[in-house]
Design a protein around this ligand. Sequence first.
Ligand SMILES: [Zn+2]
Length: 188
Amino acid sequence: MAVSRQVCPFHADEDILGVAAGGTDGSLTFTCPRGTGHVQPGPHTWLQVLQPEGLPGIDGYAAELGLASELPAALGQYKGSWIEYGVVERAYALRCPGDFAAIVGRYGHKAVEPKQYTASAFLAGVLGVLSKRGTVLYHLGPATGRWSYNVTISWWSVAPAPDWDSARLSWADSGDDSVSYIPGAHGQ
Ligand SMILES: [Zn+2]
């Protein structure tokens, strides 16, 4: 059973009820409605991706790979825009190809074989943890291109928060729909 309530990390007295993030994996979105006291002015929103039992938790492995700094650095290449999850994944893979290959080897990838828990779920899970701390910013948005089987998907940025209506880069608009950055992936 998923934990569906979380306390805002900036307001110990705000107990937030998670709402479905729209995907099929049971991910939840949490929003503390207070307008002040967060990293950014306005409400604080974060993502929780469910981690399956029986697999190593994200904490140890994510720390080993330095993801708390590498993922924000990959995102920082697109400072000023919200970017769709797939763009983040590719940016990280190109930045740290050896580590990304190791993650795909450990968890698999939907572009390699059908699977419920994947390298993408792992990386989105780490981004979710970082979004709760306010290290990266999270927004729920549409899934595009080869990710559109998800319907909705996570979008990410670094502070300061870009304008959601005017500063967005989707996977479909990123200029390359190929999965050539994923070791072992088939297709274009
Ligand atoms: Zn709060």
